[in-house]
Design a protein around this ligand. Sequence first.
Ligand code: XMP
Length: 318
Amino acid sequence: MKSNPNMSLNQYLEKQIQEIRAEVGDKKVLLGISGGVDSTVVAKILHLAIKDQLTCLFINNGLLRLNEEKLVLERFEKYGIKVDYLDASKTFLDSLKGVTNPEEKRKIIGKVFIDCFKAKAKSLGKEYQYLAQGTIYTDVLESKGDKLIKSHHNVGGLPEELGFKLIEPVRELYKDEVRALGKRMGLDNELLLRQPFPGPGLGVRVMGEITEEKLKMAKISDAIFREEIKKAKLDKVIWQYFTVVLDTKSTGVADGKRNYNYVIALRSVVSTDAQKTEAYPIPYAILNKIVERIVLETKCSRVVYDISSKPPGTIEWE
Ligand code: XMP
């Protein structure tokens, strides 16, 4: 880990727990959870340290994967960690109407998230003096001023503005260390080994304006891609794989008729740290099955396969 390369993960965990207890005392902590590995690991560390002094806030931004909200709520119930759930899908999608610029989309998603979070935090009262975040070391690196490539909304001005003190127990860790720590704390493999998912969610995987139609195509195609990759036992091999709904329509044929509809791209990359990646070559027979299902079930006109490395191509398309 960044601060002390000789420290074991057990020692790191113990140190975090002690520091959190000493800092928080009998006050309360609010944590925004996304359902991903980082925030779930932070939730578990905090729950070990301060039990029910922790409240997790789960905001549904309408840009989650198919049935994701249900899965997240069930998982936290199993862990016995309190969750406050806010379905803000409509607010997010209304704010994104007509917006096509990727950075603007990210900024709106970040801002609406902050507005929802603020409103909720205020309603919870003054005993919540701490805000925990699942920021990891890569987020810190990629968000440094002049090197900004894309805005990552979990390193923002939120805590200062709200008068919160910040707790970031995995800020020093790389992704593989966060996963290893989660494993040590008994979190499910299903969660720990899942691929990273960006904060702005499917919002950066629907090119151009986010419409209900494109979003639905993104959800269905992503679910099909994940299902088929799991069936092919490649889900632990590929670092990240997802679909992108393009803002381009092309002509195809469906049920013997002209089908002028959106194009969907498949992206599948291998990496150890998301800084440099290569495309993962999915075997042709599996690709064929995936494409067939996506065309049939989303009614898109065609599917293309992105084999760009990073650099020059970032992992996400926006
Ligand atoms: P890029 O597209 O920059 O992505 O090559 C690198 C890794 O970061 C994820 N990613 C994000 N994660 N908020 C996040 O929490 C974001 O705004 C964001 N943008 C990209 C991406 O999925 C990949 O794993």
